[in-house]
Structures are given as C-alpha cells and as structure tokens.
Design a protein around this ligand. Structure first.
Ligand code: ATP
Ligand code: F6P
Length: 320
C-alpha cells in the first residue's frame, strides 16, 4: 500500500480542515495509506508525521485554521534539510504529498520533486485569493464573511457618532478581499493596489454625506496600499470628520469555515487525491469559470494573478 501525506503550509485558511478530512477519507477509499504532517514544511524536515487515524479527522470539519498547524520555513530552501525531509518520508514508504497553501508552498514541493521525485498535488488556500489560474482559494469566503461582520459592527458605532472609519483588510498585495467586502458592505471609499485613487474627487462625491446629519463614512483599504493611516488623517483634516482607523488584522484568518469553504475544500481535496492516484503529478487544483480543473505550477506560480475586471470596474467609482 502506498503512503500519501497531507500537509498545510504558509498562512492558515478556513477550509483547510475540511480539505484535510476529505483528502484522508478519499485516500483511504482508494486504497492508499494516509498520513498527516504537522507544522508544514518545518514539520516535514523534523519528521512530525503521523498515520491519519479516523479519530484524528473525526472532529475537524467545523474548525477554523489548520489542526495540522502551519509554518513558513527558511530551512526548506536548503538542500540538506530537504534531504532530511525525504528520509522521513522514505522511512514510512510515503511517495505522494498533498500540500495546501499558496504559490510559495507549491514552489517548495516542486523543488522537492526535482530533488527526490516525490510527486505532489497543490490545493490553493489563502485568504488573499491571489493565486493565478484559479478564481477561488480556500479561506476566502469565510474571511469575507468575517470582514463583513466587522464592517457591519463598525457601521453601527460610526453612525451613532457621525464618524468616518477607515477599515484595513489583509490581502498582501492583492485587493480582492477589500474590493469584494467594500461592495458587499456598501462602503463609500475603496482603496486597493489595482486602482489609482483621487482623493479630491472622493471629497467632492462624499460632501453631501459628510454634511448630512446622522451619516457616516466607511472606507475599506487593502493593506497592500499602505495608505490606511494617511487616509485617516486626510479624512480628519480635509473632510473634517472625526475619523478612526480599524486594522482588522488576523481576526480575518479565523472563524469556522463557511459552507462554501467546506464544500470547496472537499471538492479540491478529493480531486487532488484522484490526480495523484491516476498519475497526474505536480498539478495545482483550480476552479475557473465555474469548472474544476488542474493547472501546472508554471501556470500558477509563474503568472501574476489579476482580479476579475468586472469587480475592478465596480470598485472604480469608490476610488474617485
Ligand atoms: N521559491 C521557493 N523555493 C522553495 N521553497 C519555497 C519557495 N518559496 C517559498 N518556499 C517555501 O514555502 C514556504 C511557504 O511559502 P510562503 O511563505 O510564500 O507562503 P504561501 O505558500 O505562498 O502562502 P501564503 O499566501 O499564505 O503566504 C516558505 O516559507 C518556504 O519555506
Ligand atoms: O500571519 P503573518 O505571517 O503575519 O502574515 C500575514 C499575511 O498573511 C496573509 O494573511 C495570508 O497570506 C496576508 O493577508 C497577510 O499579509
């Protein structure tokens, strides 16, 4: 019986646990021996590998984050540590890997394949939704819902005090989370790396709301722009509004996976197991234009992700 190990890497994302459970169950169904690796690439180097018992996955589906834990590993860049990781797999007769994470994690396992020919399948999982070739990454829907709950709550207090709030979302250099949540929360301003902004025209557009009794201003800003503090000062000084900054931070990565993330996790994971079982190696699971498929590492890691132009266009009017 061949062994298959499942691991999570990079930033955690809701949907990883449902995907781990599905991968383990499906591998067992197809006659493979499932293992799990704790602590991502760091754990692979240190041999933190266990057989995946039914008990281990029985309580996973509703839990946020990753119960296998995750890491970013400097050591994995070093051949000697990759060799150490390989020895741990060889000792357990594990000859396939499934990794959930971002393009960095996929590149890591590609290097590992080039060294030791252990094939892998990748599952896109990052709240940033910034992986080329796929319209969806695990964790995005849950993060969007967490952000919307936060913005709705901020709006309650903002309106009570006729205040402006600048709300900074995560996303690294990608504005997807900020754009989609700005649209879904009826924000007044959205500033993202993908769209040039014009503060003076924003000021003119918002003047009626600024002067209206009982109104509030909500600005959603992507962390990648690094302008949240500047915009807060600008709203105070130019627009004359009592303004507060709320940096949502890691709260966006937590929370029980939404129905969408549980389902996407299950679909991606079962396909990843099937790909390896069939011999389709080193593929990244993708969801594009409503279809599930695979993409090569080059198509995913070698390309720049760009947000759907319809979403960008809808947000343009919130940037000027
Ligand atoms: N080019 C590379 N070659 C080998 N290993 C890499 C490479 N890039 C990244 N890695 C390894 O993969 C790990 C995870 O990568 P990274 O920190 O970029 O996260 P990610 O998988 O892209 O996820 P996230 O989007 O959540 O940051 C790194 O800590 C490093 O050990
Ligand atoms: O958890 P860390 O290492 O602080 O990383 C934060 C980064 O990870 C992400 O949450 C996911 O890639 C980004 O949105 C954010 O910039």
């Amino acid at each position: 019986m061949s062994g298959i190990a499942i691991m999570t890497s990079g930033g955690d994302a809701a949907g990883m646990n449902p995907a781990i459970k599905s991968a383990v169950d499906h591998a067992r169904q197809l006659g493979m021996n499932p293992y799990v690796v704790y602590d991502g690439l760091e754990g692979l180097i240190d041999g933190k590998i266990k057989e995946a018992t039914r008990e281990l996955t029985s309580d996973m589906i509703y839990r946020g984050g990753t119960l296998l834990r995750s890491s970013r590993s400097k050591r994995f860049f070093d051949y000697e540590f990759r060799k150490q990781a390989y020895e741990h797999l060889k000792a357990r007769d594990i000859n396939k890997l499934i990794i959930m994470g971002g393009d960095g994690s996929f590149r890591a396992l590609n290097d590992f394949f080039n060294d030791f020919e252990v094939p892998f399948a990748g599952i896109p999982a990052t709240i940033d939704n910034d992986i080329a070739g796929t319209d969806y990454c695990l964790g995005v829907d849950t993060a969007q819902n967490v952000i919307l709950d936060c913005i709705d709550s901020v709006r309650d207090t903002a309106r009570s005090h006729h205040r402006a709030f600048v709300i900074e979302t995560m996303g690294r250099d990608c504005g997807y989370l900020a754009m989609t949540t700005a649209l879904c929360s009826a924000a007044d301003i959205c500033i993202v790396p993908e769209i040039p902004y014009d503060l003076e025209s924003i000021y003119k557009r918002l003047q009626p709301a600024i002067n209206e009794e009982g109104s509030c201003i909500i600005a959603v800003v992507a962390e990648g722009t690094r302008v949240a503090q500047y915009l807060t000062r600008w709203l105070t000084e130019r627009a004359g509004m009592d303004t507060r900054l709320t940096v949502l931070g890691h709260v966006q990565r937590g929370g029980s996976p939404s129905a969408r993330d549980r389902l996407m996790g299950t679909r991606f994971a079962t396909r990843a197991v099937e790909a390896l079982h069939k011999g389709d190696i080193n593929q990244i699971m993708v969801y594009h234009d409503g279809q599930y498929g695979y993409a090569s590492l080059d198509a995913v890691a070698g390309q720049q992700y760009s947000v759907n132009p319809d979403i960008i266009n809808l947000c343009r009017e919130l940037s000027c």
